[in-house]
Design a protein. Structure first.
Length: 428
């Protein structure tokens, strides 16, 4: 089977690595990809997944039997619809279905109608009305740009001044462009976060193990949020009843509600959850694999990923059992100096050849210069190790992180450290 994969980050590196293990794969093409994926498929760096016509032309050129979409932006722009209209098979939701991630007010309305627990919220097109609502709310708030803002359009506020400043920043200063024309003002939730991924073809749902992202840049969850500084799976702190509640009353209910709304949802569905003292609640829905969650999930997927995505595209996921190795995984991101604020790129990356063969390095932000791999982004690479426990996986991951270097590299030293500590509401 000829597969075209869209995207070029650490998530897509992990997807490409897993697809390349399939005996059914004839050829993998990756647009744009990154140089670290070169051994896995043909890279087409000049085709952006957002250029929908160019994607169709590429799919024709490589005779793609299936197109797998990694990031959310092309899904929200309708790349799936465009490819389906041109006669291609696609793994990833249509534009109407991807609204579950692309519009927070749409997701909130769906959750209200389907009885899916989330925070109290209201949507606003007018900053004055939003300010008045936040002032009367009687609780701390989170201000969210309604549209896609590369994970940055969410501002958690400690007090009313911060809420007012956030409303100004998103609606008046338009810090996230059109994504902030509408905002959502939500009640701030306290608890512990976990990511609940599942494959679905719109009817059948096959759940993945739970995983946990570490968004703040510094140890102890201090500092500004990033695209994710590390990940572990599974969270030992998550009890079986809560996990089952999330699977049935959030993920499966959302898939059924989307079908009932005439927006049949096929691809990966990923509710980001907050486990609070009043039960698990949805923070947001995502319409694709998480990053860095994918980097920790796919190394323990036992079933052929190509079998799964192929079955989803044909709406026959019910025919496939999806199996996972019963191991723990920990992924540690190494980032450029200064990230998530401004940073330099072009720093040579060394030590990759000394990484243990059973450890994966998924590259997110790198390019080639003079035949060498150099840094090319804020989050540069994710070192992922497996073990019989999170502690084992952590040890192996950090042992290998220490062998890789580039000027100014920084990383958190506490990824997965609290994975097995009991749930404390109010903790992260
Ligand atoms: N891990 C956060 C995200 O993928 O959106």
């Amino acid at each position: 089977m000829n597969v075209l994969l869209l995207g070029g980050g650490g998530r897509e590196h992990a997807i490409a690595w897993k697809l390349a293990q399939s005996p059914r794969l004839s050829k993998l093409t990756i647009a744009p990809g990154n140089p670290a994926m070169r051994d896995l498929g043909e890279l087409v760096p000049d085709v952006s997944p957002l250029d929908l016509d160019a994607v169709v032309v590429l799919a024709e050129r490589v005779a793609a039997d299936l197109v797998v979409v990694g990031p959310e932006d092309p899904l929200a722009a309708g790349v799936t619809d465009h490819l389906l209209e041109a006669g291609f098979r696609v793994f990833g939701p249509t534009r109407a279905a991807a609204q579950l991630e692309a519009s927070k007010s749409f997701a909130n309305q769906l959750m209200a109608e389907a009885g899916i627990a989330t925070s109290i919220s209201e949507s606003f097109d007018d900053p004055e009305a939003a300010r008045a609502y936040a002032a009367d709310a009687g609780h701390q708030v989170v201000i969210k740009a309604d549209g896609l803002a590369a994970g940055k359009g969410v501002i958690v506020c400690d007090n009313l001044e911060e809420a007012d400043a956030a409303i100004d920043r998103i609606m008046i200063e338009q810090a996230f462009g059109d994504a902030g024309t509408r905002i959502v003002v939500e009640e701030r939730m306290f608890g512990r976060e976990t990511s609940a991924h599942a494959f679905t073809d719109g009817v059948t749902v096959r759940h993945m193990p739970f995983s946990c992202d570490h968004k703040p840049v510094f140890d102890g969850n201090r500092g500004p949020n990033t695209g994710g500084m590390g990940v572990y799976s599974p969270p030992g702190w998550l009890d079986d009843d809560t996990a089952e509640h999330i699977r049935s009353d959030v993920t499966e209910r959302a898939v059924a509600a989307m079908a009932a709304a005439g927006r049949s949802y096929a691809g990966v569905i990923y509710p980001g959850m907050m486990v609070t003292d009043s039960g698990p609640k949805v923070v947001e829905f995502n319409a694709r694999f998480g990053d860095p969650e994918t980097e920790a999930l796919l190394p323990k997927l036992r079933t052929d990923l190509l079998e799964i995505v192929d079955a989803v595209a044909d709406q026959r996921l019910a025919d496939i059992e999806v199996e996972w190795d019963d191991v723990a995984t920990v992924g540690v991101f190494m980032a450029s100096s200064g990230y998530p604020n401004s940073y330099d790129t072009g720093k040579p990356i060394s030590g990759l050849e000394s990484v243990d063969p059973e450890v994966q390095v998924f590259v997110a932000g790198a390019r080639e210069e003079g035949g060498r791999l150099v840094t090319g982004g804020g989050r540069v690479l994710c070192v992922v190790a497996s073990g019989t426990s999170i502690e084992d996986a952590r040890g192996l991951a950090y042992d290998n992180v220490a062998r890789i270097s580039f000027e100014g590299a920084h990383y958190r030293t506490d990824i997965g450290l609290t994975a097995d500590q009991p749930l404390e509401v109010g903790a992260r």
